[in-house]
Design a protein around this ligand. Structure first.
Ligand SMILES: *[C@@H]1O[C@H](CO)[C@@H](O)[C@H](O)[C@H]1NC(C)=O
Ligand SMILES: *[C@@H]1O[C@H](CO)[C@@H](O)[C@H](O)[C@H]1NC(C)=O
Ligand SMILES: *[C@@H]1O[C@H](CO)[C@@H](O)[C@H](O)[C@H]1NC(C)=O
Ligand SMILES: *[C@@H]1O[C@H](CO)[C@@H](O)[C@H](O)[C@H]1NC(C)=O
Ligand SMILES: *[C@@H]1O[C@H](CO)[C@@H](O)[C@H](O)[C@H]1NC(C)=O
Ligand SMILES: *[C@@H]1O[C@H](CO)[C@@H](O)[C@H](O)[C@H]1NC(C)=O
Ligand SMILES: *[C@@H]1O[C@H](CO)[C@@H](O)[C@H](O)[C@H]1NC(C)=O
Length: 926
């Protein structure tokens, strides 16, 4: 929303005035301490001994000719005031042992900053100081901070905490603020991309780490690991003043978190209604006792090799298959590798997972097979704790869902029935529709000052978009029919104009705040502040390209349903295909002045599918489609040309929405430089770590303001970036089927949208990651695009991995030998199988895979296909299966695959007849 940017401009003027009244306390005027280490050039602010600059060493291309800095040195002058967190700061809560839970005393070195008392440093110590001056005088503990170079190599930040009292002191919280250059404020897009980084945690106790990834995705990441016992227990957001430049906690500056190593004092108070990621701990120091906490800073090689950097530095590394979001009917695998042996392994809640050691790990990996004994009470979080002999205790965080196909049956039921809105007198023409929903009160969201929240924009379209994609993914006759009445009465004619020169134009909203136009409508002005809300003219604008993608996706889904399940739809499939196309072409016609059409648009992979479907439907009785395909292709080619110079534009200053479209069209038009730029950008903002919340979780942090019930800037968990950015990762994996990193991260992203679906089928926009919340948002919001990503690429991905052997993401390996594997397809759709060893993608337009046997010595693929996915509730049966076979990669020694028996072909798909409800197809490679 552009409104937000406008707001920042207003705030900017305010802030300049405010900032001038503040007194700088960081001590910039007294200069810096400068150090040179094997990996970094370092500067500390002399007075505070906090970090000022951390420049990696390396080749010119890896370091922007030596100018790249992980730290925002150039914004330090704006952040030199009390309360601005710096790396090197410390926060804690302490109390006299035995005192009550409300007697914690807060310590925070940033709050009232004073020059620290420098201590003499020698040997490997670069700088040391007592922090007493800058901590409250009733702190109970003394803190000495040291920056040093361990093993003459590794930059280390240590805090020696001691108890000078004559009584025991309990440390109930201990945190280390993690600040780097995530400040996009005041930068051009080029500056942001070249000079900024993102920070993501793995909250895995002793095995925890932080990765700081430069936005271009091509430069070495910074990896932060603990020293000794400094467990990563929680990742706490650090509140700051948000009014001043560079606008902490805004769209251009998400804000900072801290590595929290003890959390009991928070768990007992602010977080008492929350189940934390890890067991909250505290530490007791007897009189004159001391202990050391610390962090190490490693310069990695590439983001894709973070695991290698961790392992080389003595940290355990972990791979989960299919990741850490596991439907209860799937068998998951967990592989760990560490220099010390696993001693014990436990699960919380007890019994929720069954874990058995297997013999599948190779090259130092130890493997476990994980099953979910019961789906009762799911979805739910689960934690696996692995204790190693060297006393490292690691936690791996899982999210368990209902059985896969049933989860999306539930989703369809909830959207089409519970979220169904009908009110014939609704003055905004929203009836009937699948309307936004508030799960916390179980009611429609009929009003909101955010006008877009009704039937357009990601937030307003989210629910009807998800409902349409669900029919594509798993059609259900009754749901399709009900959905068509939404298309007939509301989508076509209210959301989208159906006559005149603006036919196919899509409104920004059908709802608005203008009481004089709807005199009998009650606006709840007591609940919402409608001051900045859209009036009718603003809502009825047709100029936001993003909105068109959702409409075209709904039509495209119904085209797919009609084409493959002809009895289910009341209109000819040709009508739906044409509607989808005309909706896209409206945006690319310059006369219509649709904004943002030159940017990559979330979900526009659907347009790529549409193009391919137009190309496939060369039916003689349907004139014009060939030309239509060329028109669409030409329009997309024109957009793609722009992207070789101006990358990843968006309506926001920085975004993770454009890369999907840029990648996909660049790939289609063979522009490999642009394609790889987009992919690298994604790799920088979509991490893979052993935690369901962050694994494959693409960076999103402001959309709660636009679509959430709880409106705040925070790192969102599995907002739609996960599902959508997984599309390029998976597509690139299909082209490079030995790049496992892409599959791990991509499948994490594809799985994200499953976690949002609750027991009854309600899907929330995202999960709140702050440790005081840790719940899904109450609103359905902009969930829809997330499910688009899921539906368009989830499948069963079969690999033969050098460390893990035969494995399946989205499937269960039933048996295997060195050259053969039998896999049961277990993903939510059962429509895609990718065989990495062959670089072959098998897709069903209709029907569902049940099982596949791959033989790499005979070069055969034996498929079992059913009319409907097992476990789908009231899923429609396909009259015939329609199978596509595609080679996506050149694999040495593997030719093309063809059928062993001849089948007729319809629009590029083999027509598979069912015999007593099952079909068997054998493919042979040349
Ligand atoms: C590095 O310097 C070279 C030579 O001056 C220049 O061509 C190149 O664009 C620079 N690269 C960056 C990332 O600044
Ligand atoms: C602690 O600091 C406060 C505020 O600076 C001061 O008033 C007080 O005297 C100090 N107390 C001790 C014990 O030093
Ligand atoms: C990145 O930062 C350096 C150092 O501040 C600056 O010289 C350079 O222009 C920036 N890069 C871009 C693309 O703006
Ligand atoms: C339908 O909408 C009108 C106008 O907002 C409202 O007055 C009425 O109560 C609604 N009817 C139902 C059945 O909710
Ligand atoms: C939708 O409208 C078309 C065209 O008027 C009609 O043929 C069809 O039956 C309608 N479908 C439904 C479900 O109302
Ligand atoms: C054209 O569409 C508008 C907006 O939906 C509607 O108000 C109008 O009645 C339509 N006109 C005709 C002739 O159908
Ligand atoms: C598709 O829509 C366009 C624009 O409304 C129309 O002219 C054309 O006849 C339609 N084509 C088919 C095949 O329905």
């Amino acid at each position: 929303m552009r409104q937000a940017l406008f707001l920042y401009l207003i705030l900017h003027h305010f802030a300049i005035a405010l900032a001038q009244s503040q007194v700088p306390t960081l001590g910039l005027q007294d200069g810096y301490l400068t150090f040179d280490t094997p990996s970094f050039s370092i500067q500390l602010v002399k007075d505070s001994q906090t970090l000022a600059s951390l420049k990696p060493k390396g080749s010119a291309s890896q370091t922007n000719n030596g100018t790249f800095d992980f730290y925002p040195l150039d914004r330090l002058v704006d952040r030199q005031y009390n309360g601005n967190y710096q790396l090197g700061d410390i926060t804690f809560r302490v109390r006299e042992v035995g005192k009550s839970t409300d007697s914690w005393i807060n310590g925070d070195s940033s709050v009232s900053r004073k020059t620290v008392s420098s201590l003499t440093s020698s040997g490997s110590t670069l700088a040391a100081a007592s922090l007493s001056n800058t901590l409250p005088n009733n702190s109970l503990i003394d803190v000495v901070r040291r920056w040093s170079l361990n093993d003459n190599r590794v930059l280390t930040l240590e805090f020696e905490v001691s108890n000078p009292q004559n009584f025991a002191v309990e440390i109930g919280s201990m945190g280390f603020p993690i600040a780097f250059n995530t400040i996009f404020t005041g930068r051009t897009a080029a500056d942001t991309n070249a000079n900024c980084s993102l920070i993501d945690p793995y909250i895995g106790n002793d095995a925890g780490f932080i990765q700081v990834t430069p936005l271009l995705g091509t430069q070495p990441p910074l990896i932060i690991t603990p020293v000794g016992k400094t467990p990563f227990e929680a990742w706490r957001f650090l509140p700051e003043n948000t009014a001043n430049y560079p606008y902490y906690q805004s769209q251009t500056f998400e804000g900072y978190y801290e590595w929290q190593t003890h959390t009991l004092a928070w768990a007992e108070n602010e977080w008492k209604n929350v189940t934390p990621w890890n067991v909250p701990t505290s530490e007791i120091l007897d009189p004159s006792q001391s202990r050391v906490y610390g962090l190490e800073f490693h310069l990695g090689t590439t983001i894709q090799e973070v695991d290698d950097t961790l392992y080389q530095n003595g940290r355990p590394i972990t791979t989960g298959i299919p990741g850490y979001i596991v439907p209860s009917d799937q068998t998951a695998k967990l592989f760990v590798k560490h220099t010390s042996k696993v001693q014990t392994l436990s699960v919380d809640p007890p019994g929720i997972l069954k874990i058995i050691r297997n013999s599948e790990g190779k090259n130092g990996y130890v493997g476990y097979t994980i099953t979910v004994p019961s789906s009762q009470g799911l979805p739910e979080r689960a934690r696996v704790t692995i204790n190693y002999e060297d006393s490292i205790s690691q936690t791996v965080h899982y999210f368990l869902t209902q059985p896969s196909t049933q989860t999306i049956s539930n989703l369809g039921d909830f959207l089409i029935n519970t979220q169904w809105f009908e009110n014939s007198t609704d003055p905004f023409h929203r009836s009937p529709s699948v309307l936004s929903y508030d799960r916390q009160v179980n009611a429609h969201v009929t009003n909101d000052d955010r006008a877009w929240y009704r039937l357009s924009d990601e937030a307003g379209a989210g629910s009807w978009l998800a409902a349409a994609m669900k029919q594509y993914a798993q059609p259900n006759a009754a749901e399709v029919s009900k959905y068509e009445t939404y298309v007939n009465k509301t989508l076509w004619g209210s959301v989208q104009l159906n006559n005149g020169t603006t036919m196919y134009g899509v409104r920004k909203s059908v709802y608005f705040y203008q009481p004089n136009l709807v005199p009998n409508y009650y606006y709840p002005t007591n609940e919402y502040d409608f001051d900045g809300s859209w009036n009718q003219a603003a809502s009825y604008l047709l100029n936001r390209a993003y909105d068109y993608v959702h409409v075209s996706a709904a039509y495209w889904s119904l085209y797919r349903v009609g084409r493959n399940y002809p009895d289910l739809v009341s209109r000819p499939w040709q009508w739906y295909l044409n509607q989808s196309l005309q909706t896209v072409l409206y945006t690319t016609n310059p006369a219509n002045e649709v904004g943002y059409i030159t940017d990559g648009l979330m979900g526009e992979t659907v347009w790529r599918m549409l193009l391919s479907d137009l190309q496939r439907e060369l039916m003689p009785d349907y004139r014009g489609l060939t030309n239509d395909a060329s028109t669409l292709e030409a329009a997309m080619a024109q957009r793609e040309k722009l992207w070789s110079t101006e990358r990843f534009g968006s309506e926001m200053a920085w975004d993770s929405t454009g890369q999907e479209g840029v990648y996909m069209w660049a790939k289609y038009f063979n522009d490999s430089t642009t394609k790889i730029n987009a992919l690298n950008s994604i790799i920088a903002y979509q991490p893979t770590v052993p935690h369901w919340g962050w694994n494959g979780n693409a960076r999103r942090y402001w959309d709660n303001l636009y679509g959430g019930k709880l409106r705040r800037i925070e790192r969102q968990i599995h907002h739609y970036g996960s599902g959508l950015n997984a599309l390029p990762l998976i597509s690139e994996f299909q082209s490079n089927p030995t790049n496992w990193y892409l599959l791990r991260t991509g499948y994490g992203g594809l799985s994200g949208p499953l976690s949002n679906i609750d027991y009854g089928g309600f899907a929330a926009a995202s999960f709140h990651s702050w440790p005081d919340t840790l719940i899904f948002d109450g609103y359905s919001g902009d969930y829809g695009p997330n499910f688009v990503g899921h539906a368009l690429n989830v499948g069963t991905y079969i690999i033969n991995h050098p460390d893990f052997g035969w494995q399946a993401f989205g499937g269960t390996v039933l048996s295997s030998s060195s050259t053969q594997v039998t896999v049961k397809t277990m993903d939510t759709l059962r429509r895609r199988i990718f065989i990495a060893s062959f670089g072959v993608l098998l897709t069903l337009d209709a029907g569902a895979f049940s099982q596949v046997i791959v033989d790499t010595s005979k070069h055969t693929i034996q498929l079992t296909i059913l009319p409907v996915a097992e476990g789908a509730v009231n899923g429609a049966s396909a009259p015939v299966g329609r199978l596509l076979v595609e080679s996506t990669a050149d694999v040495a020694g593997i030719g093309t695959f063809s059928l062993s028996t001849k089948l007729s072909v319809d629009a590029g798909a083999y027509v598979v007849q069912f015999n007593r409800g099952v079909a068997s197809v054998l493919l042979r490679g040349s």
